[in-house]
Design a protein around this ligand. Structure first.
Ligand SMILES: NC(=O)c1ccc[n+]([C@@H]2O[C@H](COP(=O)([O-])OP(=O)(O)OC[C@H]3O[C@@H](n4cnc5c(N)ncnc54)[C@H](OP(=O)(O)O)[C@@H]3O)[C@@H](O)[C@H]2O)c1
Length: 247
């Protein structure tokens, strides 16, 4: 399936996987709506995409805000038309050991990684019901399949994203011809670990130093694959790890 002129919202597009995905999809002819909180990074990305001949709309927003979602969808409609694809990618990973009681960080992960995803789904389902088409890509993780120490809450959010993806697929696939894909990366070299504040975890993370991590562009390639399959083929899950990652 071609992405030419498809209207695609990518959350968390100011860095990492979201940024690489927006570039890849814009290069394939999609109209990309890039959103995140860091306006400057979004504007730089918009300039880069446009310089390469692509089309991008940058909208500053917080995925936890229903008001911001309303504005993202309205601006998408006004500039491009109905939403064809949502890449629900924004997330954070402040890993911590439960006994250290970083409860504010637990709350943030639930708010962004789960409620933010739900806000996105609620914002695009009306368009997909109407067009009887569409594709929702949710970024879960290997952490949505395996639980690791210091990851109780992060893993719980990513298990939730995987469960939501399957639940939405069950309802929206047969009835509204809408595809849903859960993308489940292992370790990818991005800014994601910057949100870790628990010193005990920082020591633990040294075990990943020998890994050759995935690059954000590897995940963008997986997303592109899921989006470009023929209409009758719905890729439901992609699990992708660095070759030398065991967990
Ligand atoms: N890196 C990995 O190893 C890995 C593995 C598996 C899954 N993932 C998942 O991949 C997704 C992307 O992460 P990444 O690795 O690319 O890390 P990243 O570079 O840190 O990107 C995270 C993105 O989320 C955005 N974000 C965070 N909170 C937000 C909020 N409240 N509202 C809107 N945007 C928000 C950030 O933008 P602003 O700060 O500008 O808002 C940023 O663009 C996450 O869901 C993560 O859990 C990553």
């Amino acid at each position: 399936m071609s992405l030419e002129n498809k209207n695609i919202i990518v959350t968390g597009a100011s860095s990492g996987i979201g940024e690489a995905t927006a570039k890849k999809l814009a290069a394939a002819g999609a109209n990309v709506v890039i959103t995140a909180r860091r306006t400057e990074r979004l504007n730089e990305l918009k300039d880069e995409i446009e310089k390469d001949g692509g089309k991008a709309l940058a909208i500053t927003g917080d995925v936890t805000s229903k008001e911001d979602w309303k504005s993202i969808v309205e601006q998408t409609h006004n500039n491009f038309g109905k939403v064809d694809v949502l890449v629900n990618n924004a997330g954070l990973m402040p890993l911590s050991f439960v006994e250290n009681l970083k409860t504010d960080e637990w709350d943030k992960m639930v708010d962004v990684n789960i409620k933010g995803v739900l806000n996105g789904v609620a914002s695009v389902v009306p368009d997909m019901k109407e067009t009887k088409a569409g594709h929702i890509i949710n970024i879960s993780s290997v952490a949505g399949r395996k639980i690791m120490p210091a990851g109780a809450v992060y893993c719980a959010t990513k298990y939730a994203v995987r469960a939501l993806s399957e639940g939405i697929r069950l309802e929206m696939g047969p009835k509204y011809n809408t595809k849903v894909t859960s993308i489940e990366p292992g370790f990818v070299a991005t800014e994601l670990t910057n949100t870790i504040t628990d010193d005990d975890v920082k020591d633990m993370m040294s075990q990943f130093e020998d890994l050759t991590p995935l690059q954000a562009s590897d995940i963008a390639d997986s997303i592109y694959y899921a989006l470009t399959q023929p209409e009758h083929s719905s890729v439901n899950e992609i699990l992708i790890r660095p070759t030398n990652q065991d967990l």
